[in-house]
Design a protein. Structure first.
Length: 499
């Protein structure tokens, strides 16, 4: 302890009046800073003076009426370790001197072997060494605090890194919750972490889905007060406000009154409740508990806030992906039942879906591109017009004869956007081979009919011409005509008659 002025306050605990007078004389020789000496004849009185006043240094005799030997120093040092002590005794005991200095004494002086200069120098050095020791001790305290903080941050960073890996790979909400809780307790070294989803109701009820505790800790049992929503609890506050709620000490926080008994039983002292939010809605909560009060400092809360954002994003991603899969499956189910051939093509020629009719025609794709799958080619087909729709963004209708000539396909292509927003082509194919064959057969029959019609009409004209010639000949012979309906005109002589 230091005085406010530049003087040095010295407490002398000495029971011998002669030694007291000698020390007073020695200290009068001091130059520079003024030395103020106060004297107590016993250890009890000395300790009482220490409790009331401030001193820069203590001169301590080890042989006092109420205390003897090394224990005298121990009692004085343990009571006021912040005051430098110079042992000043008549016992020239080297072992005791070494023991005292090792324990905390600044110096060990033997009466009768010192003078004023040595005593003053010892007092000055004791004060300086004590000041330096305080600085070193403060630096050590600060360094330990910094190291402790760095260890906490490093733990939190390792935990956050692991949780990010979990988030990236998560495909199921239950598995995500379980792995996140386990990472929090193992890497974050917290005593408890539990995860609950918010139910879609007005009361914001929750459904606990995962819990993990430390190896040496206990966890609340199912139905515990820990999982219930007391109106004033940190859990309710987090769900209601959507903000992170920190409880620095369960034993004094009024919001935790209903949890206090169980917290004492399980050894939890502090907690943080992290609401998981997306688009203004509460998806659930993660609550983390520690055995230490005031565990969650500002830096650690920043990292935990990042964690809750990542977990909320993962939940939204999982649910979105499931909704997309369900919608895609619904579409596939509809297309599967259509009796014509249907497939979905990607811009890089992959067939991501082919319905039953398409598979019956071309078989299974097995990840092959359309030109490999349908026609066994190594490059895109030069006759294919399907991919025009990606450039024009308009439907396209065309027909194609398969390279083996066995089939004729009527193709309808449409620009299509998948449920996840990616561009695709919806193709509908109708095998018109039989229709084409029927059309060709009908055309052939029509051509044959026209040819026979022409032959028949020519034969009738010739018959009419012969009948007219016969009638003319009979007239010349003076005979009656044989074919009155024909007369004597040939088909060429008669004007055209309408049918």
């Amino acid at each position: 302890m230091h005085t406010t002025d530049n003087s040095i306050r010295v407490l002398l605990i000495e029971d011998n009046p002669a030694d007291v007078r000698l020390i007073e004389e020695m200290l009068r020789e001091a130059k520079g800073r003024r030395i103020i000496l106060e004297h107590c004849p016993s250890l009890t009185q000395g300790l009482e003076a220490l409790s009331k006043n401030s001193y820069n240094v203590m001169l301590l005799d080890l042989s006092l009426p109420d205390s003897k030997g090394f224990n005298t120093f121990i009692k004085a040092f343990s009571t006021t370790p912040q005051i430098p002590i110079v042992v000043l005794t008549g016992t020239n005991d080297e072992e005791l001197a070494i023991k005292s200095v090792r324990t905390g004494a600044q110096d060990y002086l033997v009466k009768g072997q010192i003078d004023g200069s040595l005593l003053i120098r010892s007092i000055s050095y004791a004060i300086e060494r004590e000041g330096m020791l305080r600085i070193i001790q403060q630096e050590l305290i600060e360094r330990k605090a910094m190291e402790s903080m760095l260890r906490k941050i490093n733990r939190a960073l390792r935990m956050l890194s692991e949780c990010n890996e979990i988030v990236v790979r998560a495909t199921e909400e239950d598995v995500l919750a379980e792995k996140i809780c386990r990472a929090i307790t193992t890497l974050g070294e917290y005593q408890l972490a539990w995860f609950a989803f918010a139910e879609p109701d007005d009361d914001k009820s929750i459904r606990p889905i995962a819990i993990a505790g430390s190896k040496d800790g206990n966890s609340p049992e199912e139905g515990s007060e820990w999982f219930k929503r007391d109106p004033d609890s940190p859990l309710s506050e987090a769900l209601k406000t959507g903000k992170v709620v920190v409880c620095d000490d369960v034993s004094v926080d009024k919001r935790c009154s209903n949890l206090r008994a169980e917290a004492d039983k399980l050894g939890y002292r502090s907690s943080v409740t992290l609401p998981l939010l997306a688009s203004g809605k509460t998806l659930g909560i993660v609550q983390i508990c520690s055995r230490e009060p005031d565990r969650f400092d500002r830096e650690e809360l920043k990292l935990l806030d990042e964690l809750k954002e990542d977990v909320a994003y993962a939940i939204v991603s999982i649910r979105t992906e499931k909704a997309l899969k369900a919608e895609r499956q619904r579409l596939h189910n509809v297309l599967e039942a259509i009796p014509i051939m249907v497939c979905l093509l990607t811009p890089d020629y992959h067939v991501v879906f082919a319905n039953r009719a398409f598979r019956d025609k071309f078989g299974e794709s097995h990840g092959r591109r359309c030109y490999e799958y349908c026609f066994g080619k190594k490059e895109p087909c030069d006759f294919c017009e399907t991919y025009r729709v990606l450039k024009t963004a308009k439907p396209h209708h065309w027909q194609v004869t398969t390279p083996d000539g066995a089939s004729v396909i009527d193709v309808h292509d449409f620009p299509f956007t998948d449920v996840d927003g990616s561009p695709m082509i919806l193709e509908m194919d109708i095998d018109i081979t039989e229709r084409k064959h029927s059309e060709e057969k009908i055309l052939h029959q029509l051509n044959e009919l026209r040819r026979w019609q022409e032959v028949t009409l020519g034969r009738e004209d010739r018959n009419m011409q012969l009948k007219a010639e016969v009638n003319k000949l009979l007239i010349r012979l003076g005979e009656p005509i044989r074919y009155p309906s024909q007369g004597t005109d040939t088909p060429k002589d008669r004007p055209d008659e309408g049918l």
